[in-house]
Design a protein. Structure first.
Length: 270
């Protein structure tokens, strides 16, 4: 798939609001990126959002559901931006669990992506980049937002720890085992990658609700699917006796604890 030759424009407002509702993390930078993990041969183009210290990858600009996401908070370093024969700009993120190669349309876009990523992960604007005044201003604004976000997050964590009865999880990001896949695709993922886990959270068929797909190893592999209905600010698991929980992370935790850890969230190793 050829990378679109256009300057990054914001996603439509309705889509932006839906993504903000799902993630809760502040949007710092966005645009098309080609992505290749260390064990993959081919690049894949995504509409990419940098939110907090997470990269969210969407199949296109208007997709409401994230295809997958990556926590880059443990970034160790990033290579220099270098061009290829087509004028695209490459750079590699060195993460604790592997490498991620990114490719932008041109050197200017590649430089911006790298600098914004370094700004939010290292909490400082890179000093040795030939940034324009406007770019520097935006990065300093993002830096201040990210510092405030972390202070607020840490304060909330401390408050929760000091309570005698801590509330249920109210994580603002989607669980790590969420994938924007169909029922059949989730089944195939679990069958082909048993070492990665056996529980996937995915969109429901109506795209408004969700579903859980699990693969039990009993006498023989056994697949089951459960509906998870969105009701206001809560989520209802459709069981014989309905279970209502405050977040999707709590939904995942419910299945794990009820099976005493026999179910494990499915996470693809990068």
């Amino acid at each position: 798939r050829e990378q679109p030759k256009e300057s990054p424009q914001p996603a439509p407002r309705q889509i932006f609001q839906e993504r903000q509702r799902i993630t809760g993390l502040p949007l710092y930078f966005q645009g098309y990126l080609s992505v290749r993990h260390s064990r993959c041969k081919e690049f894949r183009v995504y509409w990419t959002e940098l939110r907090g210290t997470m990269l969210f990858f969407y199949d296109d600009k208007k997709a409401p559901m994230v295809s997958h996401k990556l926590d880059i908070s443990a970034l160790t370093s990033a290579t220099n931006v270098y061009p290829d024969e087509n004028g695209s700009a490459h750079f590699i993120l060195m993460l604790s669990n592997g490498e991620l190669e990114l490719k932008a349309n041109d050197s200017e876009s590649g430089k911006e992506w790298k600098c914004f990523i370094l700004t939010v992960t290292k909490l400082s604007v890179p000093p040795d980049e030939s940034l324009l005044p406007g770019q520097l201003t935006r990065m300093h604004e993002v830096l201040e937002k990210e510092k405030k976000r972390r202070i607020t997050r840490n304060d909330c964590s401390s408050t929760s720890l000091n309570r005698k009865s801590p509330p249920s999880s109210t994580l603002t990001t989607m669980p790590v085992c969420f994938y924007a896949v169909s029922r059949q695709e989730a089944t195939e993922m679990l069958e082909k990658n048993p070492s990665c886990g056996n529980l996937i959270l995915r969109p429901g068929r109506d795209s408004k609700n969700y579903a859980i797909t699990i693969r039990h190893e009993l006498d023989a592999p056994h697949l089951k699917h459960y509906k998870v209905m969105s009701k206001g600010t809560s989520y209802v698991i459709e069981l014989e006796r309905q279970v209502t929980l405050p977040s999707l992370q709590d939904v995942v935790n419910y299945f794990v604890t009820q099976t005493r850890g026999k179910l494990k969230p499915f996470v693809i190793q990068t």
